[in-house]
Design a protein. Structure first.
Length: 202
């Protein structure tokens, strides 16, 4: 089966698509990817933000915020904890029919078992219990300043990093979103954050 990386490489050889340097790690190619006016192609959100900050430093995305490293850490902690929840749910609730076979095959290989087994053995309450500390830490960070944003009343990249988790939960379903909100210890600070940055995600 062709992977997205293989398809992208094959398409590049047979077309005029500009070359994008492969990631040094895995996967070789990833999204999001942007093409900027200077002709540079950049993959991955953090790399894109760093590139934008260099090219257009004002208004700043405040990628130097002390909260960014903290929130990226709990973002990773949370996403790792809820893998047994979201990996089985993505094909059921988000993907189109054409994407199902690739998802089931590639993710089963990734986790070393079927997605049904993953959900049964590691999902549910067990996964939520593992995810809860990251959610509560996010709550604590949001309460350190007057809010509703991580650095007070100024929107920064760190807000978008955390809101990406909240929006992903919402996309997975109301049941997932509500469970996550209950596990935060104070859902209102997260809901206020989402409202404050809504103009930036539509």
């Amino acid at each position: 089966m062709s992977t997205p990386s293989t398809i992208l490489s094959e398409n590049r050889r047979s077309s005029n698509i500009p070359r994008v340097a492969a990631n040094t790690g895995t996967p070789a190619y990833s999204i999001p990817t942007i093409a900027s006016p200077d002709g540079i192609y950049t993959m991955d959100s953090r790399n894109i933000v760093d590139h934008i900050e260099r090219q257009a430093p004002l208004p700043s995305l405040h990628s130097d915020s002390v909260y960014l490293e903290k929130v990226e850490r709990i973002w990773s902690q949370y996403m790792k904890a809820i893998k047994p929840i979201f990996i089985p749910l993505v094909p059921e609730r988000i993907l189109n029919t054409e994407s199902l076979d690739y998802w089931y095959t590639s993710r089963a290989a990734m986790v070393g078992m079927s997605l049904g087994q993953l959900e049964r053995e590691k999902g549910g309450v067990r996964a939520w219990n593992e995810a809860e500390p990251a959610l509560r830490e996010g709550t604590a960070f949001l309460k350190e300043n007057e809010g509703p944003l991580f650095i007070g009343k100024t929107v920064s990249y760190v807000d978008l990093v955390w809101v990406s988790i909240l929006l992903f939960n919402e996309k997975l379903g109301l049941d997932v979103f509500q469970e996550a909100m209950e596990r935060t210890g104070d859902s209102q600070v997260h809901l206020k954050l989402m409202k404050a940055v809504q103009p930036w995600y539509g």
